[in-house]
Design a protein around this ligand. Structure first.
Ligand SMILES: [Zn+2]
Ligand SMILES: [Zn+2]
Length: 141
């Protein structure tokens, strides 16, 4: 069983989370945990801050303890996206863990999981705007 993030402090440990309706009956909840710095293992890697504010469009992630820096894409693609879904095709409720790696599907960056029952696609497309409070988890580059 995947551990769904619930509290505020859980949300702080996420690099991305989103909740979507898929068609009429489908539903998906996706979240991605940050990783500890691979170098010092003291802090979670995060986007750099400037004057206390997160630089949303930063192209790298930085460790707040030792300043170790990793390129954004390289870091994100090493993470795992955990997904809880209600399949929009067959209504099956399931879970999946897939690499946090978006593919270009019909011109839209998409995280694609598959239903473990009917093998239908469960697509989590990138949104250009998320609700306030989630804005730092997705940008439009
Ligand atoms: Zn570090
Ligand atoms: Zn299905």
């Amino acid at each position: 069983m995947l551990k769904e993030p619930e509290s505020e402090s859980d949300i702080d440990k996420l690099i991305y989370h989103s909740r979507r309706q898929l068609g009429d009956k489908g539903h998906v909840l996706v979240w991605v945990y940050k990783q500890l710095c691979p170098k010092c293992k003291k802090s979670l890697m995060g986007k750099p801050r400037e004057k206390g504010k997160v630089k949303i469009r930063a192209k790298e992630y930085i460790c707040p303890s030792c300043s170790y820096t990793v390129e954004k894409k390289e870091y994100e693609e090493s993470l795992t996206a955990d997904i809880k879904y209600t399949c929009p095709h067959c209504g099956f409720k399931g879970e999946a863990s897939i690499p946090y790696k978006r593919k270009n599907i019909e011109g839209i960056p998409t995280l694609r999981a598959k239903c473990s029952k009917c093998e239908g696609n469960i697509d989590i497309t990138k949104k250009m705007k998320e609700k306030k409070g989630q804005a730092d988890t997705e940008d439009d580059d």
